[in-house]
Structure formats: C-alpha cells, structure tokens
Design a protein around this ligand. Structure first.
Ligand code: DP6
Length: 356
C-alpha cells in the first residue's frame, strides 16, 4: 500500500541581536561574510519563531505559511537551504533502505512569530534558524547546531547565530566553499545570567533598505568599510570575547556601542548614504549617555541594527535605573506614543537553544 502518512516535526528558534555586527558579504551566493560577528540570543519566552515542518506523498508543492499567510519559498536562498537538507536526508536514505523516502516528498512549513513580524526585529534570523532546524528534525539528521548553522547561514547570515543560546560567534572562515563559516557558542546564557535587554520599537514600519542590499552597497562604495573589516572588527571581536569571559559590563557596553556607531558610520559613508537610525533612535543614544553619566559608570549600552529600533543592554542590578530613565522618555517621545509603535519588551536571556 502507498505510504500516505504525514511526517511532522516542530521546533522553535530565538531572535539574536548582534553586539559585533555582520555587515558585508564576500560571496553573495554562499552568503559568506566579510567579517566575523558576535551576538546575544534573546529569551524564547519573549521572542521566537515556532515552525512545524511536515511532508507527505499527498502534498503537491512545497508550501510556507508565515503567520497564516502563504509566503515565497522560491527565493535562491530558501531553495539553497531546502536543497542542502534534502541532500543530507537522501544520503541517509541511500545507506538505509528501510527509511521512508522523505527527501522525495513535498514539504509544508508552518511558521509563527510570537512578536510582530513588521516590528523590525531580526525576524529572518529566527525564521531561517527555525526552518532549518524543523526540517533537520523531520529528516532525523544527526547534525549539531554548528553543522545546521552552515545551512541556516545560506538562508540569512544572522540566522546561523540563532541555532545557539547565550553568546554566539559567527566565525567568518577563510575557505571558498564556506565550510568554515559557521556559528559557535562563546558562552552559555548561564555564564552571565544578570544580562537583560530592553527593546524599544521606534518604528514598526518595514525597513527602507534591506540588510542584503544595504550591505552590498556599502561593500561597493564605502572607504570606511575597508578600515572597519581590516582593523575595527577584528579588535572588537577580541575585546568582546574578553568582556564576556570576564563578565565585564563596562567593557561589553563600550564595545557594543562603538560597534553600533561604527556600523552606522559605514552606512552613512555608503554612496548614496543609508540612514537606519532616526530622531527617536538618536534620543535613545542620548538617554543612555545620560543614564551612564548620572550613574557615574557604564550601566547601559545601546545597539541598532538595520532599522531605527533600539536594543538597550543592562544588568539586573541596574534595572530600576535604566527602566526608570526610559519610561518617562517613552511617554514623551512622538515615536513611542501609540500602542503599535510603543512595544516595549524587557527580555531576559536563557539557554535558548532551538529545541524540539
Ligand atoms: C545589521 O542576516 O539580515 O542585523 O545575510 O543578507 O540575510 P542577510 O543579512 P542579515 O543581516 C543582519 C545585519 C545586522 C547585523 C547582524 O545581525 O549581525
């Protein structure tokens, strides 16, 4: 009798926010970066993507439903992930004839975020990490998070860092085939359990220039970028790893803020220039400076990705100081007044390794 069974696996993957930024590709096809990067993984209780992958001989097409809406699966990057996963499953099936031929079946992927996709939070990172992990679980691939990071990277660079919890480095690698361009754990979240993040959504609008095209323009036109990848980032990677190892918040904070500034400076040095931060973002920078000045030491750090939303890192012991300073500001600032834009989420960190 024909096998009409539906095979299924579900998994979640967390959002990560880079403190040393990935910005620039040396190989757009394999999605290989021009520099290494380092991120902190947010708690899945706060921000995560849940994906269920199923396959069956009764399905006619590969289909992706994202928050209930049909979504495109035909893009080259998504196709690269599906191809890699199917190839690995085929290898298992060719070794063991008793395994069902899942690699030949069409896939149904159902993905949901527990945060607004349009909020400009790195949804593609959690999205691709969950997609790759769900299919790898469905196919029962014996792959470690680092091995899966090689596949997720091809979907979206930052996604490779969402296969781990805690503090995660994406090592740029040097091989042309990209097999050494992968994510590794720097430290688990439990290493520094006092770390917190406040996410300030200055605008829920979709970003103007996508990361993919923005970084391509920067690589092609910015002189400052050359200095960033040759000198600034290698130093920041080392300082950041030292700061995390020593749980040195002022050092962590300084590198985080300098990195964000350096990244946005290269965006401004791109021709024509790219501006991701807006007046609300700059007010958040000033607010962090005021908090640190009032405290007489560095207790808060800001960082901004390819959009105006701020992520503020601080330690639990500084919670009242940081939240106390931000809440009145949130009331006053135009950008944070209404409900949709005013999403404020204080998130914690946990061992947010994508789990079955
Ligand atoms: C500013 O991972 O979205 O958030 O590989 O083209 O999908 P693609 O880019 P993406 O870029 C993220 C850029 C960043 C910095 C970072 O997360 O390291």
């Amino acid at each position: 009798m024909a096998d009409t069974k539906v095979y299924r696996a579900s998994t979640t993957a967390p959002v990560n926010i880079a403190v040393v930024k990935y910005w620039g590709k040396r190989d757009a096809k394999l999605n290989l970066p021009t520099n290494s990067s380092l991120s902190v993984t947010l708690s899945q209780a706060d921000l995560r993507t849940l994906t269920t992958a199923s396959c069956s001989t009764t399905f006619n097409d590969d289909v992706l439903l994202l928050n209930g809406e049909p979504s495109d699966l035909t893009g080259a990057r998504t196709q690269a992930c599906l191809r890699e996963l199917r190839t690995r499953r085929e290898a298992l099936e060719s070794k063991d004839a008793s395994l069902p031929k899942l690699s030949a079946m069409r896939l149904l992927l159902v993905s949901e975020n527990n945060f607004p996709t349009a909020a400009g939070l790195a949804s593609s990172a959690a999205g691709f990490a969950a997609l790759v992990r769900a299919i790898a679980d469905l196919y029962e691939l014996p792959s470690s998070p680092t091995e899966l990071s090689l596949i997720a990277r091809q979907g979206s660079g930052s996604a490779c860092r969402s296969l781990f919890g805690g503090y995660v480095a994406w090592q740029m690698g040097s091989q042309a085939d990209g097999l050494d361009s992968r994510a590794v754990e720097v430290a688990p979240a439990s290493h520094w359990p006092e770390m917190r993040a406040l996410i300030l959504v200055a605008s829920a609008a979709k970003k103007g220039v996508s990361s993919t095209s923005g970084m391509q323009q920067t690589v092609a036109t910015s002189g400052l970028f050359q200095q960033r990848i040759a000198d600034v980032v290698p130093r920041n990677m080392q300082s950041m790893q030292d700061a995390v190892a020593a749980r040195d918040f002022p050092a962590f904070a300084e590198v985080t803020m300098r990195e964000s500034n350096s990244f946005h400076a290269t965006c401004a040095d791109t021709y024509p220039p790219i501006f991701y931060m807006n007046d609300v973002s700059r007010a958040a920078v000033r607010a962090v400076e005021a908090i640190n000045a009032a405290a007489g030491k560095t207790v808060a750090a800001y960082t901004f990705d390819a959009g105006p939303n701020a992520v503020i890192y601080y330690l639990e012991e500084s919670r009242d100081l940081v939240l106390g300073a931000f809440y009145p500001l949130l009331e006053k600032l135009e950008g944070w007044k209404d409900g949709a834009k005013g999403l404020k989420s204080e998130v914690q960190f946990d061992e947010a390794v994508a789990s079955a």
